[in-house]
Design a binder for this molecule. Structure first.
Ligand code: HEM
Length: 395
């Protein structure tokens, strides 16, 4: 297998992952990266990505989702351990639960967008005004966290993501300690309510506490924390990125935007095509449990494997005109993209993220049809992720 130059951490491949992934698919679909303190094999073809996600015996989720080896805990596990923890959160994340949140999300989107549009200069930052606060407030409310802690929550979530990158371990450790203290105190409060036969507040922390009280084996503090942190981190920046990526493509090609203004029934397709075309999570990691050959590359036992959802989503073997953002794709076919993963670990927050993006886009089309980008947004800095950290607009 010919080696191609690929470095997801910096330069052109960091700035333009889609072009890098194309090079990999065409010339080195199972590419070994060795540098910057990491060694891993990146899988670029749809067949290999899906194959690895399905074959959980060989491609294990023990040792974490990132390029570093981390110990197994809670959802960062294989079945049967994983199943036990997944059960604890499943009731909070059914499609019905997402539907039940719609009125709250609609009111919140109205407030955030109306506040942004009230600025006399008719200009602002869509990331700061809508894409960032929306998922943070929704998750905070679902977790039962007071609104005034919103900025603190965002900082905790961001530093955990930075931690996956391995760039600022001190910041990650600080955030993890603060988050631990807060979450465990909240869980303790709910356990005390349960002991006294009282009614716990209706939120995810209560759901997890209640479910774990029914379980044969009590959930440890560390497990509780891992679970709640993953919900916090998993739901925030990803959904922010979905909203910014979606708006970036639509406003980057005025014809697409105008088409949606004229026909908002296309919103669902636009959200799904954005997920396929610009996945907020470019790829996560598995660890090989035994030697295995993928697309001609021998992967060693215990080697980290980078499963590139983003590349699978643009594989011409599976998608017609994969490098075109199109609103005429079939919605059911489109939903087969791998941006929420597949199988055992498939994202439980998918319905919620879609709901937030759909409601946000409907509101912007109706309230700000003249919306324009006012400069190129900046990319977020985590190499595993794809989204914007600024989004200047005028209207
Ligand atoms: C557009 C937004 C989102 C994207 C692109 C996304 C992406 C993903 C992906 C790719 C996985 C699979 C991980 C793996 O295969 O190892 C995942 C898992 C997960 N996501 Fe999401 N996610 C999003 C939103 C959310 C939201 C809103 C929540 C919660 C509020 C959430 C919570 C989780 C959790 C807890 C897991 C772990 C599931 C498990 O290991 O069983 N995500 N997500």
């Amino acid at each position: 297998m010919s080696e191609v130059d690929y470095n997801p951490f910096s330069g052109r491949d960091f700035d333009d992952p889609a072009t890098a992934h194309k090079r990999l698919r065409e010339s080195c679909p199972a590419h070994r990266f060795n540098g910057a303190g990491f060694q891993f094999v990146s899988l670029a073809r749809h067949n290999d990505v899906l194959g690895a996600l399905k074959n959980i015996e060989t491609f294990s989720s023990l040792w974490g989702q990132g390029p570093h080896r981390k110990p197994a805990i809670a959802l960062f596990n294989d079945p049967p351990e994983h199943t036990r923890f997944r059960r604890l959160i499943n009731t909070s994340f059914t499609p019905r639960a997402a539907t039940a949140l719609e009125p709250m999300i609609t009111t919140l989107v109205d407030e955030l967008v109306d506040e942004m549009l009230a600025v006399p200069s008719r200009s602002g930052d869509l990331h700061d005004a809508l894409a960032m606060p929306l998922p943070v407030i929704v998750i905070a409310r679902m977790l039962g966290v007071p609104e005034e802690m919103r900025d603190t929550f965002k900082e905790w979530s961001d530093s955990q993501l930075q931690g996956m990158n391995g760039t600022d371990p001190a910041r990650e450790a600080r955030a993890r300690r603060a988050l631990a203290e807060y979450m465990l105190a909240e869980a303790d409060k709910r356990r005390a309510i349960a002991r006294e036969g009282g009614e716990m507040p209706a939120d995810i922390i209560s759901d997890v506490v209640a479910a774990s009280l029914d379980d044969e084996r009590p959930i440890s503090d560390a497990e509780m924390l891992s679970l709640l942190t993953q919900i916090l981190v998993g739901g925030n920046e990803t959904t922010t990125s979905l909203i910014t990526n979606l708006l970036w493509r639509l406003l980057g090609d005025r014809r697409l935007w105008e088409q949606l203004v004229a026909d908002p029934t296309l919103v669902d397709v636009a959200v799904e095509e954005s997920l396929r075309f610009d996945p907020p999570v470019l790829g996560l990691y598995r660890t090989a449990t035994c030697p295995v050959t993928m697309s001609g590359t021998e992967i060693e036992a215990e080697e980290k494997v980078h499963v590139l959802y983003a590349s699978a989503n643009r594989d011409p073997e599976v998608w017609d005109h994969p490098d075109e953002f199109r609103l005429d794709r079939d919605l059911n076919r489109l939903r087969q993209h791998l941006s929420f993963g597949f199988g055992t670990h498939v994202c439980p927050g998918a319905a919620l993220a879609r709901t937030e993006a759909r409601i946000a886009l409907h509101k912007l089309l109706a309230a700000a049809p003249t919306l324009c980008m006012a400069g190129e947004p900046e990319r977020i800095e985590t190499f595993l992720l794809w989204g914007k950290r600024t989004f200047p607009v005028t209207w």
